[in-house]
Write a protein that binds this ligand. Structure first.
Ligand code: GLU
Length: 462
């Protein structure tokens, strides 16, 4: 049997970090078993589904490296199949038309509450005879009144549901559109999904889906419900805990490998190990090691992993993303990969890299005031002039020769190197932080370095 898993997002918003983790677990399970991972865009809510949201989800999955097999299936295009399944259920006596009006349903619930019962549809239309042709109706699934439905979940174990608790579910709305539970069953069956991996917020739907499979004469897939992600305070992860959209993580400078590694460890473990390459995850991942309880989001751990992957990346691999976040033309400045190489050690994320790289491509015209006050004294400009004159005559412009030059100029005037290096740094970058001054100036180039120092005198004068 080929394992086939799926990710079935509704394109009504962003790709949520929880959705991304569900997709990752589903993808890892398929890849681990040499199976297939398919995508179904659940766009049946025509009002709220948008093409942009679909694109955001596809981009997010692509960015994380979660590739899917074949073309995504759009659920709305399968409505004919859903309606046919509902008709099959009606023909077999497993579903019926319900003509109850809103008022009738409200009154029914009111009475149930007054009797101290839990409100649920009482099945009164199961036996109601055919109404006039144009009376509006929904189609309800006739769920069994007795017995139990057991969800044999790969993560949560056996979960039993009392059938009497489940009322007759609407499967077709009055406009003829299918509801989630019908559509998902028909599509998972048609797409030959063997394992449904999804968030545990769907667990309560699962007994209904199992009943639908049975009534349709289909074999249910294996289910694996992944506990939700909680914030540090134990509440369901939401905006108030920080970023929840995958795009926000990308914009904040996280690397996809770090996010994948972090999300994999959020709920799944393999001993005490923290760092896993994607290849290792594929080899090691199994649903059996997914925890039953909600995982707590830990920003520090994610940041630590991100710095880890950033420090272990080749600069060339980071160029595109740094350029994207930098958003300036880098073609007239130093090689961006070389600039990244000089900044990598001191950066924690791509935003740090982009911000650190900025001055290499855009000369400052203002300077951090506090740094100027602290580092520019009466003897600073004479020292800078001596440096400029000697730099012009320097036969070779390299970190080693620049270092030697700064050291020589400072020695001849009896000052320490910081007295010269720090003012240079401020003049070329606008502030008091940059990678080592010799490497920075070498990257910037002699002409640009000396121009910036000369321009600094004018800029500071105004
Ligand atoms: N469209 C549903 C959601 O986004 C999918 C649920 C499922 O995986 O069955 O929550």
């Amino acid at each position: 049997m080929t394992i086939r898993t799926r990710f079935a997002p509704s394109p009504t918003g962003m790709l949520h970090i929880g959705g991304a983790r569900t997709a990752l677990f589903s993808w890892l399970y398929a890849r681990h078993h040499g199976g297939e991972f398919v995508l179904r865009i659940e766009d049946t809510d025509r009002q709220r589904s948008t093409d942009e949201a679909t694109q955001v989800i596809l981009d997010g999955l692509q960015w994380l490296g979660l590739d899917w097999d074949g073309e995504p299936v759009f659920q709305a295009s399968r409505q004919g199949e859903h309606v046919r399944a509902a008709e099959q259920l009606m023909d077999a006596g497993h579903a019926y038309r319900c003509y109850c009006t809103r008022e009738e349903l409200d009154a029914m619930r009111e009475e149930q509450r007054a009797r101290g019962e839990k409100p649920k549809y009482d099945g009164r239309c199961r036996h109601r005879s055919q109404q006039s042709e144009d009376a509006p109706f929904v189609v309800r699934f006739r769920s069994p009144d007795t017995g139990e439905t057991v969800v044999r979940d790969m993560v949560l174990g056996d979960v039993e549901f009392n059938n009497a608790e489940l009322d007759d579910l609407i499967i077709l709305r009055s406009d003829g559109s299918p509801t989630y539970n019908l559509a998902v069953v028909v599509d998972d069956a048609a797409m030959q999904i063997t394992h449904v991996v999804r968030g545990s917020d769907h667990l309560n739907n699962t007994p209904r889906q199992i009943q639908l499979y049975q009534a349709l004469g289909l074999t249910p897939p294996v289910f694996a419900h992944i506990p939700l992600i909680h914030g540090p305070d134990g509440a369901k992860m939401s905006k108030r805990h920080g970023a929840v959209a995958i795009t926000e993580y990308r914009q904040a400078g996280y690397l996809p490998q770090a996010v994948v590694n972090y999300l994999a460890r959020l709920g799944w473990s393999h001993g005490d190990d923290e760092v896993f390459s994607v290849q290792q995850l594929i080899e090691l991942f199994d649903l059996a090691q997914v925890g039953k309880t909600a995982a707590r989001f830990d920003q520090q751990k994610l940041d630590w992993l991100n710095a880890h992957y950033l420090h272990h990346s080749e600069p060339a691999e980071l160029v595109d993303e740094v350029a994207r976040l930098l958003g300036v033309d880098t073609s007239n400045g130093p090689d961006l990969a070389a600039v990244i190489g000089s900044l990598q050690e001191r950066s924690k994320n791509i935003v740090d890299l982009a911000e650190g790289a900025r001055f290499f491509y855009i000369a400052p015209c203002a300077y951090v005031e506090k740094a100027v006050k602290k580092n520019f004294k009466d003897d600073t400009w004479p020292l800078l002039d001596a440096f400029v004159a000697a730099a012009e005559a320097l036969p070779e412009w390299s970190p080693v020769s620049i270092h030697a030059l700064i050291s020589k100029v400072c020695e001849s005037r009896g000052v320490n190197m910081g007295k010269l290096a720090q003012p240079i740094r401020i003049l070329i970058s606008g502030g008091p932080v940059s990678p080592p001054i010799d490497a920075t100036l070498a990257l910037l180039g002699r002409d640009e370095t000396l121009n910036r120092i000369r321009d600094g005198r004018t800029n500071m004068a105004v």
